[in-house]
Design a protein around this ligand. Structure first.
Ligand SMILES: [Zn+2]
Length: 277
């Protein structure tokens, strides 16, 4: 398999698992994290786009991954992933939902509890991992074009600020592999709503023939900077899932029966007070 490592990313290749890690996040031993790659690694444990999951395979892949990350599979919570802009705060150790057993629809999860591992899946959509080391708060956000359009990242940042007292300047943002401007080609309907809503942001849209290319990653960066996130706290994998379709599950590239990648982040270390500040 091709080594996808670059200045921000380290590619770990094992016999039965392959994943990327952010070099910056590896500086924090209290954090466990990964973005899986490899077409053999399908983390689909749910039904979407009419594709039924192979639940057992998905679960066993999670267990292998958790083993490598030295974290507890039973502490994993997965966002329900419905292309919403809603956030769920995990603030209690009691009766925590496991994976998709939660009725409420949300595409971002936040916690400050050690031992809880936040999971999202994607196959082109942007996954954003957030960490505020000052307050000890993590988040895992799934932002497809609908999530970006409806500003889910902004909702997550505001939630961290309002609920946990995080300062925007302290929050680090890690942008996992996703479809990039080179491949996110849209028709006039999507172009028009993005052009209208994000008019103030430069260089986010260009034309190609009678289509448009939208840079949703850049829009998420602008949104973060607008709130007060520091530019040097944004770490971008700079990896396009479609350009790397031989290595990474991609909906646009693989279409029918596409597999999904998993992004996971958890905090190890001593248990903190679970109450808000
Ligand atoms: Zn591309």
């Amino acid at each position: 398999m091709k080594d996808l490592s670059n200045k921000n990313m380290l590619h770990i290749i094992k016999d039965d698992m392959s994943y990327l890690q952010f070099r910056k996040l590896l500086e924090y031993p209290e954090i466990a994290h990964a973005y899986t790659v490899g077409l053999d690694n399908n983390f689909r444990t749910f039904i979407n786009s009419g594709i039924t999951s192979n639940y057992e395979t998905g679960i066993s892949n999670y267990k292998v991954l958790c083993n490598y990350l030295d974290i507890n599979f039973n502490g994993c919570i997965r966002a329900s992933l419905n292309h919403t802009s809603d956030i769920k705060i995990i603030d209690s150790n009691n009766n925590l939902p496991f994976f998709e057993n939660d009725e409420r629809r949300h595409d971002g999860i936040i916690t400050n509890i050690n031992g809880i591992n936040l999971v999202t899946n994607s196959a082109d959509c942007i996954t954003l991992l957030l960490y505020d080391k000052e307050k000890g708060v993590i988040a895992n956000i799934h932002s497809g074009w609908k999530g970006t359009y409806n500003r889910i990242l902004e909702n997550a940042l505001r939630s961290m600020h309002e609920y946990y007292g995080c300062s925007y300047k302290d929050i680090m943002i890690f942008i996992c592999p996703s479809i990039r401007e080179c491949h996110f080609e849209v028709d006039s309907d999507v172009f028009e709503i993005f052009d209208k809503r994000f008019k103030k942001y430069p260089n986010i849209i260009r034309t190609r023939g009678n289509k448009w290319l939208i840079d949703t990653v850049l829009i998420n960066k602008y949104m973060s900077l607008d709130l007060g996130v520091r530019e040097d706290n944004i770490y971008d994998s700079e990896i396009c899932t479609v350009c790397n379709k031989d290595e990474i599950n991609s909906f646009r590239a693989h279409k029918a029966n596409f597999g999904v990648n998993a992004a996971i982040i958890g905090m190890k270390g001593k248990v903190k007070c679970l109450k808000k500040n």
